[in-house]
Design a protein around this ligand. Structure first.
Ligand code: NDP
Length: 285
């Protein structure tokens, strides 16, 4: 719901990972559209350098893996703007490598941010949304959150978790007047595939050269050449929050649309082929 009374802002957005990439662009688009923005990130100086200073902007320190910091950041947001209308759980990064090549410490680090971090921030924000019986939780998943493939298996598993969490949030929050949407970007031109963000598994197993190895090579070529325009993604977020009935899932990019169609067809066909065995396991009574 749009409340133009408090502070004269359309909505109050809380965006994680707002220092660069998709998070910074959503922050810029929301500010330009008359919203207040709580821009959360590990490096507050980088946020101020990127977004400047404005009465509509509150930069806050937030490493999403730190639950106490998430609570403090939300408290600062509510003290300044009185509410949080839109939470964008955007902070995240990828791990490139075959499942077997992915080291335990890298897997845990990614889960700490992409899954447990998202949960930390969501738990911190929801009490204020529930109190107002309004709000919108937007979780940034991925094309890999709908279908997994060679090379990004563990990353995809974190985004599958984000999809499951959001699907449940959608059901739990709807009766409370709060929307939940999981956004599935395809490949967008940010630092996602860059060494400054992406972890590349140091172990390389020759047996995976044609599968995960091919994806490693493609990712190097694609870095900063991805088809998706992140400014258009940011503009789409403004449309999403204006929708009277926002969707549970919002795929973004023609690559994601093609991947969803292919997966849906595969699942339909495979389920049909195996339906006799699948339907044979109930008790007879
Ligand atoms: P970038 O690498 O450009 O930005 C990632 C952002 O996440 C940075 O602001 C980074 O902060 C922040 N971040 C990482 N870990 C943490 C943490 N523990 N706490 C707080 N902030 C953190 O990538 P994108 O902008 O592309 O990625 C944004 C989201 O979009 C991610 O969730 C990603 O998985 C998803 N996505 C991206 C796709 C793409 O092709 N670009 C495709 C599908 C999904 P810092 O500056 O401090 O490093």
């Amino acid at each position: 719901m749009v409340d133009t009374q408090q502070g004269g802002f359309k909505r109050v957005w809380f965006i994680t990972g707002a220092s660069r990439g998709i998070g910074a662009l959503i922050a810029e688009a929301a500010l330009a559209d008359g919203n207040a923005v709580v821009a959360a990130g590990r490096n507050v100086k980088a946020i101020v350098e990127r977004l400047g200073e404005s009465p509509a902007l509150l930069p806050v320190a937030l490493d999403v893996t730190d639950e106490a910091q998430a609570k403090a950041a939300v408290q600062a947001a509510v003290e300044k703007f009185g509410r949080v209308d839109v939470l964008v759980n955007n902070a995240g990064f990828g791990l490139l490598g075959a499942v077997e090549e992915s080291a335990d410490k890298d897997v845990r680090r990614m889960y700490d941010t992409n899954v447990f971090g998202l949960l930390n921030v969501t738990r911190a924000v929801l009490p204020t949304m529930r109190a107002k019986r309004s709000g919108h939780v937007i979780n940034i998943s991925s094309i890999g959150g709908y279908r997994a493939g060679a090379g990004f298996g563990v990353y995809s598993s974190t985004k599958f978790a984000v999809e499951g969490i959001t699907e449940s949030l959608y059901a739990e929050l709807k009766p409370l007047g709060i929307h939940a949407t999981v956004v599935e970007p395809g490949y967008f031109r940010t630092d996602f595939l860059d060494g400054s963000s992406l972890i590349v598994a140091p172990e390389v197993i020759d047996d995976y050269d044609e599968t995960s190895g091919a994806v490693r090579r493609k990712a190097t070529q694609m870095n900063h050449n991805q088809p998706g325009d992140p400014k258009k993604l940011a503009a789409a977020m403004l449309k999403l929050v204006d929708a009277p009935t926002p969707p549970l899932r919002l795929p973004l990019g023609t690559d994601t649309l093609a991947a969803i169609a292919a997966k849906n067809e595969y699942v339909t066909q495979e389920t049909e082929i195996w339906k006799e065995l699948s339907g044979s396991t109930d008790f007879a009574d």
